[in-house]
Structure formats: structure tokens, C-alpha cells
Design a protein around this ligand. Structure first.
Ligand code: NAP
Length: 498
């Protein structure tokens, strides 16, 4: 389908925005947000574009057709409904594709107490923002079946990606006058990936002396979020952690029906509800459109339409506070009358009717949620410093699929090591099993042999290639990974028991 353009509120100085209705309940909530923006008097030149299920069905395995990409290239701003993700093998999520294609590296998800939406935490004044890295981590989607029965995914964390999102979080805190940024990682276990993110956070924190910077382990963050969520202000974290805790945070303040989000890149942004296409409610006019309306408030701020943004936000908060229009999800949560709950259209009408009204119970700062980041400070990422590092090749890890008993495999690999290398261990799923350390680790037909340089030996690429040749002649190898040191520091982790 070609992109179609329609203009709301006349044609003068209309702001171009790509709108993707999306799947399931998407078209209903997108229509709701568009009507409200129109009623608030913002002139938008909507370029309607498609992505998601129908596109996949037509055989476009990206889920995002070229016409949609072209539209986003032009407008640099997107309001989108949820997109269905095919499950299992094959196609990637069109949502993730969109975020990656346009390098929207900052996923910003506010979670704050809303009037008229009672929760276990009502009255505590929750007002936090989860800032989630949006490109890297396990979402790089680099997965391989190493054997027919062993899957492996690569967790990719880069210094540059970490700097960008951490800088974003601190700048957001500064701009909003927030006092604390919590970095949430699993650095205690994943020292070279989550650990890198934590180190970058600790390096950058002193640039923001007025902001309290703390690091918490992600599992403790989950615990603290359930126990005392009001302690959090901004949480910055890696992609998978952020995916999970931002949904958790949504649950604290009323559920997915209220959870808004923005995906920001350097000069591009995509606004969407946190929730998915909720297929069982599609076409029934019952879904709560608040999440996408609040996402469109973030969009209006990004577009510099502060007055309209405040007006729409106030109208939504007033509508919730007033409690006359109650959608099914809220009625269910509050033990209300689900059967006679307000429809999506009815809720939208009520918000439009309430434009110009102000809620009485919402603290002012909590209403200045998000804004684009411009101008942006320069990144301190400096590739030269890595080029200057002294690198040494100190060995190699070889993954092997085999039915041999591990002692036999270990003895054989030790014999293949050659003059410059020696077998230091064989491990199974991260635990050393050869030479045996006496533990009853289950074996899964997939091992890693670690070869390291013998004392005084200088290992070359040729040595590694020759080793691989010897191994390949006798075993089914699945992966071959260099072991290196950078400026004398080992650049790989040890196995349990190594
Ligand atoms: P979902 O669509 O978010 O729906 C899960 C449940 O959350 C719904 O059944 C409903 O709960 C509640 N819910 C979600 N949105 C709501 C709203 N606006 N108002 C009231 N209740 C709401 O999650 P899913 O069923 O796991 O995913 C469906 C599809 O969406 C999948 O293909 C998934 O990949 C995709 N998805 C897309 C995005 C995106 O586009 N960004 C995000 C997440 C998922 P009750 O059943 O309790 O009423």
C-alpha cells in the first residue's frame, strides 16, 4: 500500500507525521489519538503507512514495506499502533525492525500514579521513567542452533550503545529536574556485557554531580519495585532488563492500558503504546486508548507543541480523575460495571469534551513527562583509544558437538593441542567438566574446549587455523572464538570451576 497523506486542522504549516495503524486494536487506538490531537488544534499532515501482520502475510519478511520506510525517512516522526510479531522461526518482529532501522536507541517509558486509577500503591506518588537501551543486548537477535538440540543467542553490549543511552538518561534527569538515576544490570553474573554497561554508567555519573547515581542489580530492582517503587526516579538499563521491568512498572500504575512510550534516536522518534495488538479485543471498540493517547502527548512535546501536549494530557488526567468514562480494563480492576463500561470511542469523546479542563490532584512536575533531546552533547566515545590498545592472542575456545564421554573428548583434544597451545579445560554449559572437578554436571552433547598459549609461546593466526584443521578432522566443531587480552587484561570470562 502506498503512503496516504491527510491533513488535520487545515493545511497551513502542518507537521508531517507517519501514522501506522498497526494490527489488532491498533487502528482503534490510533484513530482515538488522531481525533484528540485534531481536536486540540494541532495541524498534522498524517502520512498513513502500513507495517505488521498483513505485510508479513504478503511475503515481506521484514514486516515494514519500503513505502513505510520512505515515509519515515521523510517525516522523522511516527505514531504507531501495535504490530503482531510472528512467533517462532523466521520473521523478525516488525517493531524491533522499525526501532533498529531508524536507530531509535532510547526507549522511554514513564510510569506514574494516575488519578482515578486505584492501585496497591495509590497515594505514594509514583513518578518514574524507565530508560531502556533499545538496539543491543539479546535483541540483536543473533541466534544459532549450535546443534539440532542446542540453541545459542549472542548478548551484544557495546561501549558506544551504553554511552548513548546512559547519557540520554542523565540528560533527561537534568532537563526534568529529577534527582536520581538508577542503573540496573546483572553485572555480577555477566561481567563483560552487563558489566560494561555498569562501568560506563560509573564513568559518566561524575559529569552529573547534581544527580544521585546508584547501581542496583536488576533482580533487586524487581524486588524493590514491588516493595517500595516510589524510591525510583529514572532507571536506565539494558534492553531485556528494560523490557521486563518497564512492563512491571506499568503494572504498578494501572496496567498496560495506561502505559505510554517513546523510542528516540538522534533526530527521529517513534511513539507507541507499550501494549501489543490485544487480538481478542480487536474491532470491538472496548480497548482502553489511554496508553496511546499519552504516547501521543509525548509526541506533541517532541514536536514542540507544548501547549497542546499539556492540554491533551490534562484532559486525559481530568477524565480519569472525574471517573465518568471508565473503560473495561479499569472497571475490571476496580470491581466496576464491566458490561456497561465506556467504549474506546466513548472515552475518546469524553477526553475531547474535557480539553481545557485541569485535574486537581496531579502534582505539576509529574505532568512534564518527556521531550526530545536537542541539542545533544557530543558523545565521549572515542574509537582511537581502542585502536591504540595492545592486543594479544592468548588462545581459542572451540565448541564441539559429540556423543563421546567427556574424558575421552578431553584426552583427544589435549592430544590435538600442538606445540604452542595446550588444552586448559573442557566445559559444559559454562561449568568445567574436564579435568573433572568432581561435580555431577549434566552433559548435553555440546562442549567447549579451551586452548591457551603454553608458557612463553607466541600464538599466531596460523597456529589457530592449524588447530582448527586438526580438530575438524576428528570432531564436529560448531564455533571457534579467539581468546584475547587488551592492554594485558584478559578479555574473556572463566568457566565455573576453571
Ligand atoms: P497484548 O496485546 O499487550 O495484550 C495482553 C493483555 O493485556 C490483553 O489481553 C489485555 O488483558 C491487556 N491489554 C493490552 N492492552 C490493553 C489496553 N489498551 N487496554 C486494556 N487492556 C489491555 O500482549 P500479547 O497478547 O502478548 O500480544 C499480542 C500481539 O502483540 C503479539 O503478536 C505481540 O508480539 C504483539 N506486541 C506488539 C507490541 C508492539 O507493537 N509494540 C508490544 C507487545 C506485543 P486482559 O486479557 O486481562 O484484558
Amino acid at each position: 500500500m502506498e503512503s496516504r497523506t491527510s491533513t488535520s486542522s487545515g493545511t497551513q504549516a502542518a507537521i508531517p507525521v507517519t501514522v501506522i495503524p498497526g494490527d489488532g486494536v491498533g487502528p482503534e487506538i490510533v484513530r482515538s489519538a488522531m481525533r484528540i490531537i485534531d481536536a486540540a488544534g494541532v495541524k498534522i499532515a498524517w502520512e498513513e503507512a502500513e507495517a505488521g501482520a498483513e505485510v508479513f502475510r504478503r511475503g515481506d519478511s521484514s514486516g515494514v514495506p519500503q513505502a513505510t520506510r520512505d515515509s519515515i525517512e521523510r517525516t522523522r516522526v511516527v505514531l504507531k499502533g501495535p504490530l503482531e510479531t510472528p512467533v517462532g522461526f523466521g520473521e523478525k518482529s516488525a517493531n524491533v525492525t522499525l526501532r533498529k532501522l531508524f536507530e531509535t536507541y532510547a526507549n522511554v517509558r514513564p510510569a506514574r500514579e494516575l488519578p482515578g486509577v486505584p492501585t496497591r500503591y495509590s497515594g505514594e506518588g509514583l513518578d518514574m521513567i524507565i530508560v531502556r537501551e533499545n538496539i543491543e543486548d539479546l535483541y540483536a537477535g543473533i541466534e544459532h542452533m549450535q546443534t539440532p538440540d542446542v540453541g545459542q543467542g549472542l548478548k551484544v553490549i557495546t561501549r558506544k550503545g551504553s554511552e548513548k543511552i546512559i547519557r540520554y538518561a542523565f540528560e533527561l534527569a537534568r532537563r526534568e529536574g529529577r534527582s536520581k538515576v538508577t542503573c540496573a544490570t546483572k553485572a555480577n553474573i555477566m561481567k563483560l556485557t552487563e558489566g560494561l554497561f555498569k562501568r560506563v554508567f560509573e564513568e559518566m555519573a561524575p559529569e552529573y554531580p547534581e544527580i544521585t547515581a546508584e547501581h542496583l542489580i536488576i533482580d533487586n530492582v524487581a524486588h524493590q519495585l514491588a516493595k517500595n517503587p516510589a524510591q525510583f526516579d529514572i532507571i536506565v538499563t539494558t534492553n531485556l532488563n528494560g523490557d521486563i521491568i518497564s512492563d512491571l512498572a506499568s503494572g504498578l500504575v494501572g496496567g498496560l492500558g495506561f502505559a505510554s512510550s517513546g523510542n528516540y534516536g538522534d533526530d527521529i522518534a517513534i511513539f507507541e503504546a507499550v501494549h501489543g495488538s490485544a487480538p481478542k479485543y480487536a474491532g470491538k471498540d472496548v480497548i482502553n486508548p489511554t496508553a496511546l493517547i499519552l504516547s501521543s502527548v509525548m509526541m506533541l512535546r517532541y514536536l514542540g507543541q507544548d501547549e497542546a501536549a499539556a492540554s491533551v494530557e490534562d484532559a486525559v488526567l481530568y477524565t480519569l480523575e472525574e471517573g465518568r468514562a471508565v473503560t473495561q480494563d479499569l472497571a475490571r480492576q476496580t470491581g466496576g460495571d464491566v458490561e456497561h463500561a465506556t467504549s474506546t470511542t466513548g472515552f475518546t469523546d469524553q477526553v475531547i469534551a474535557n480539553l481545557g479542563r485541569h485535574p486537581s490532584s496531579v502534582p505539576v512536575r509529574a505532568r512534564t513527562v518527556d521531550r526530545g533531546l536537542a541539542p545533544r552533547p557530543g558523545w565521549s566515545y572515542a574509537p582511537e583509544r581502542y585502536a591504540a590498545m595492545k592486543r594479544e592472542l592468548v588462545g581459542v575456545d572451540v565448541m564441539i558437538e559429540t556423543d563421546l564421554p567427556v574424558e575421552q573428548l578431553g584426552d583427544d583434544l589435549a592430544g590435538l593441542a600442538g606445540e604452542k597451545l595446550e588444552l586448559s579445560m573442557v566445559e559444559s554449559r559454562g561449568t568445567k567438566v574436564y579435568p573433572s572437578i568432581g561435580l555431577a554436571t549434566d552433559h548435553v552433547r555440546w562442549y567447549r574446549g579451551r586452548f591457551v598459549a603454553r608458557a612463553g609461546a607466541v600464538v599466531t593466526e596460523d597456529d589457530l587455523v592449524a588447530l582448527l584443521g586438526r580438530i575438524a578432522a576428528r570432531h564436529r566443531w560448531t564455533e571457534f572464538v579467539r581468546l584475547q587480552s587488551f592492554d594485558g587484561e584478559l578479555a574473556f570470562t572463566k568457566a565455573q570451576g576453571e
